[in-house]
Design a protein. Sequence first.
Length: 246
Amino acid sequence: METGLKGKTALVAGASRNMGRYAALALAAEGANLAICTSSRMKELNEVAEAARKLGVKVLADKCDITDNAAVEAFVRKARGEFGGVDIAVNVAGFRNESPFLEGSFEEWMRNIEVNLNGPYHVCRHVIPLMMARRWGRIINFSGIAPYLGYGAAKAMVKLGIVGFTRGLAREFADHGITANCIGAGAIGRGERDESESVKELRPGQPIRRKGRPDEVTSLLVHLASENAGYITGQCCLVNGGMYMQ
């Protein structure tokens, strides 16, 4: 199915590894030019950029701390200068706070908010005006499944915040041709370990007894970013093997 992504520009925050890397390359495979950033892993980001260029697209790869509003503004300005605008924003950058509530520090709590909530705010605050100018845009945030299952107070709090934030954007900017959706990915493998070992890490009660593949997430992401998903907005699409069912 034609996605209509060829020639679009996708900004992917947190594209140096894991799902951010897979997301960037999946969009590049559909012909989207990339503006990708990382806070610190430039070696890995440059490797993603090189792989994307081999797919025939243009790439802007740069360091950007998404908790710094001025840095995000400067990065988006570069993307606009390079590509003329930004059509798709994917917020994958994240801070993992796995500490039990009574053992975690307030600094960890605040860092969790700064990266996982304030970061997407800064990105969206600067790309939405560019989308409005074109009367077309796609915002895709990652929420995980912690807010539905209550896995970790800090994680559940901030990821539920992302869901609410996304729904607010969806309602506010629908008249400008902009959609906003979340992807709630469960346990996703990377093909680096034996399948039997990864199954041991699954939570009890997950019907599909394996980890998901990255392409099972990115295929959804590509659809949400495409011309074909213009009637889907304000949703949190779960990809979790049935670990949580809405």
